[in-house]
Design a protein around this ligand. Structure first.
Ligand code: ADP
Ligand code: MG
Length: 717
């Protein structure tokens, strides 16, 4: 009888006990979160040592970097001057010995017990006439004498906590590989050929990545499995996108009507080309029965709001309602102010049926502070057709839904909301049709990351900025030096010229209270020193909403010169007269956040400045500050951010993103851009020929296991 190739789902449901791994090891694997055969096989070697590159202890030379190999003969903690402790190890291989010293790493004593086999990499020097290594990189392999021979040593991720060494892991993996025999192969050779992987099927890939016949074989195997990681994610995303496109549950809006025309021609500026393109992309979505599922991304100040307002007006024009949700009250109020000023003055036919009678477009604000009576009035107005658009915060999601006929939903700064929250709003539409959804973000992400995170969304991008944007000069000033005075001097000068400024206080992780206290104190300090005589205001997240609004209004009407604030001002706040942004302890902020903060100035009030007052002690912080000084282009910064931080943070934006990130063991962005693109086209061609994956059942299972319930309906089982 011929054995069936093993599928991932089968490997996932097979425990380590099922394949005869010893109980004492099973417990330890469990500590590392490894329960199934698939978990074990996806624990990949972390590093490889080629024995032919290992320098015999007899051949090492002063000043040269070398990898050495041996077992620990002796390991002692010694006290030096000032009672500083060091760990001294004698490494032995055959008859040769080398002294290795670790400073400030007392914990090494536990790790490097006698008889432990290790590989070490470092620079050789001499001390007291004898050769030694100081603070080398260490790979603990296991108990001496237990390792297999062979040219390449694969080092598995250490887990001191689990008490598992490389010498424990390698034989367990070998056992698993033997048990599996042949792996299910989802891709035929032709599909594998673009990456020159046609000869590398999964069976070979898993065997080579662990067994390492040669470094080159291992690398190829790694490339194949990395591609598979991207592929599974892309299949889920492409399938989801196609399912949405094929649906006819949405609303067919009439686009290009006179109301939108009138709105656009009432604006005091011409739309940019990118705005026009985005609007036409949105209109195409609106005009079809497939529900729109589009992301509008554009840097701060690129003009997303008017595009969103036009989309909502299109809904209104066809007799539907519009809703816009923002993550903070400050922002919702600002959007509401813009909307009432621009669209609240346009006229639409009255709902009372009187021929040719007209009324103004009804726009209302709904937040947690909206009184019950006003809430009821909004619901009435939506019901009887006198209110058309509601702008609000999370408050839109709670209580009885006021909407009766929601046509277009806009979610600003959508990454501030959870996926479920966005879905809740969608379900409150009334009437039974699925509304069109436009999500917006001012935190652009690199295109390839977008393919992975938003692979199921359509994307419109505003790249060109509206004209009239003022240049922003960014300077880095070292904290607690005399140089920071320049920032405060600039604030005073600009205020003298009639402008305004922000000072952003240090970020206090996870504690709004402490942060608020610090901001309060800082506002007082500055008011009594650097900004004596200026009108200093304070804004932080712990203030009652009414106070926040009062402060923002005073700032908007230039009754406050300097606004000392926490990051509550980060998103969207639009006060064109502000021309200086001072960010204290800038090293604590992420790049996206810094860019957002800087975007509060340069909004039309004249030349602007951003001062980063920072104490730069880490490499990452230095990279962030350099990037900020070098460019104001949000897309360039997004790329940098990805390089500095890796994918974790951006993937966290979406729930499905988080599971994708966990699933990507070998993949790394932006390095693997090419793989993402190939995975995309491969996913498309698989789904072209087999839309419900009925001929690729095990692959469908992989996608379902990755993305969970929300894709299960896509494939036939
Ligand atoms: P964001 O994309 O950050 O939400 P906004 O929509 O708030 O940007 O736009 C920022 C400012 O630019 C607003 O004051 C808006 O009126 C203005 N604006 C938008 N589009 C244009 C344009 N095409 N030309 C000039 N100014 C514009
Ligand atoms: Mg905005």
């Amino acid at each position: 009888m011929e054995l069936q190739p093993r599928t991932f789902r089968e490997l996932e449901s097979t425990t380590l006990g099922d394949i005869g791994i010893a109980a004492r090891l099973i417990e330890r694997f469990e500590v590392m979160g490894i329960r199934s055969v698939l978990d074990l096989l996806r624990l990949y070697p972390r590093r490889l040592h080629d024995r032919s590159n290992i320098t015999p202890l007899t051949d090492i030379e002063v000043g040269v970097e070398a990898t050495v190999f041996g077992s620990v003969e002796k390991c002692e903690v010694k006290s030096g001057r000032n009672n500083k402790k060091r760990v001294e190890v004698i490494l032995r291989n055959g008859d040769a010995r080398l002294r290795v010293t670790f400073f400030n790493q007392v914990w090494r004593q536990k790790e490097l017990a006698p008889d432990t086999e290790v590989a070490m990499f470092g620079k050789v020097d001499s001390f007291g006439g004898r050769l030694q290594m100081v603070n080398p990189i260490v790979d603990v392999l296991g108990k001496a004498g237990e390792g297999k021979t062979g040219r390449i040593i694969a080092v598995y991720p250490q887990s001191a906590k689990a008490g598992l060494s490389s010498w424990d892991i390698a034989p367990a993996v070998a056992k698993a590989l033997e048990w599996v025999g042949e792996f299910y192969e989802p891709l035929d050779e032709a599909l594998r050929s673009p990456l020159k992987l046609s000869k590398i099927d999964r069976t070979k890939a898993f065997n080579d990545i662990h067994g390492v016949p040669s470094i080159e074989d291992h690398r190829q195997a790694e490339r194949r499995l990395r591609f598979d990681e991207f592929l599974v994610a892309q299949i889920g995303l492409v399938a989801r996108k196609r399912a949405l496109q094929a649906s006819d549950a949405g609303i067919t809006h009439q686009t290009g009507g006179p109301l939108v025309e009138e709105f656009l021609s009432s604006l005091p500026f011409e739309m940019t080309d990118d705005q026009l393109t985005a609007m036409s992309e949105i209109n195409q979505d609106l005009a079809t029965a497939a529900p729109m599922h589009r992301l509008l991304q554009g840097d701060v100040g690129s003009g997303k709001t008017v595009v969103a307002l036009a989309a909502m007006l299109t809904a209104v024009e066809g007799g539907h309602q519009g809703a816009m949700m923002a993550p903070t009250e400050v922002l919702a109020e600002q959007l509401y102010a813009v909307a009432s000023r621009t669209i609240g003055v346009l006229r639409v036919p009255s709902p009372d049926g009187v021929l040719l009678s007209e009324q103004e477009v009804g726009v209302r604000l709904l937040t947690n502070r909206t009184k019950a009576s006003e809430r009821a009035a909004i619901a009435d107005g939506l019901r009887n057709g006198t209110i058309h658009i509601v702008i609000g915060t999370h408050a839109l999601l709670y209580g009885e839904s006021p909407f009766t006929n929601l046509g277009v939903i806009v979610i600003d700064e959508h990454h501030r909301f959870g996926v479920e929250q966005r879905d809740v709003l969608k379900q409150r539409a009334g009437e039974g049709r699925v509304p069109d959804v436009l999500v917006m973000t001012a935190t652009p992400i690199p295109r390839t990351a977008a393919l992975l995170i938003y692979g199921d969304l359509d994307i419109s991008t505003l790249k060109v900025m509206p004209s009239g944007r003022e240049p922003i000069t960014t300077e880095l000033l070292k904290r607690e030096t005399i140089a920071v005075g320049a920032a405060y001097q600039r604030v005073r000068d600009e205020v003298k010229n009639g402008h305004q400024a922000y000072v952003v206080c240090p970020l206090v992780e996870d504690s709004g209270k402490i942060e608020a206290a610090a901001a309060t104190k800082r506002a007082e300090e500055l008011g009594n020193s650097e900004f004596k005589g200026l009108r200093v205001g304070l804004l932080h997240g712990q203030m009652p909403s009414a106070d926040k609004e009062k402060i923002m209004n005073s700032f908007r009407s230039n009754e406050i010169d300097v606004l000392v604030a926490t990051t509550v001002i980060e998103v969207g706040v639009d006060v064109p007269n502000a021309t200086v942004m001072v960010i204290e302890d800038a090293q604590r902020f992420g790049l996206a956040q810094l860019h957002q903060l800087r975007g509060r100035v340069g909004r039309g009030g004249g030349a602007s400045w951003c001062y980063l007052i920072a104490d730069v002690t880490t490499k990452d912080a230095a990279a962030r500050m350099d990037a900020m000084v070098e460019t104001t282009d949000g897309f360039v910064l997004a790329d940098r951010d990805l390089e500095i931080r890796g994918t974790g943070q951006i993937f966290g934006e979406r729930q499905s993103g988080q599971s994708i990130d966990k699933h990507l063991r070998l993949a790394r962005l932006p390095r693997d851009i090419k793989y993402v693109e190939f995975a995309r086209t491969t996913a498309e061609s698989i789904l072209d020929s087999d839309p419900d994956l009925s001929n690729h059942r095990p692959l469908a299972e992989e996608v379902e296991d990755l993305l969970g319930d929300d894709v299960e309906y896509l494939f036939k089982s």
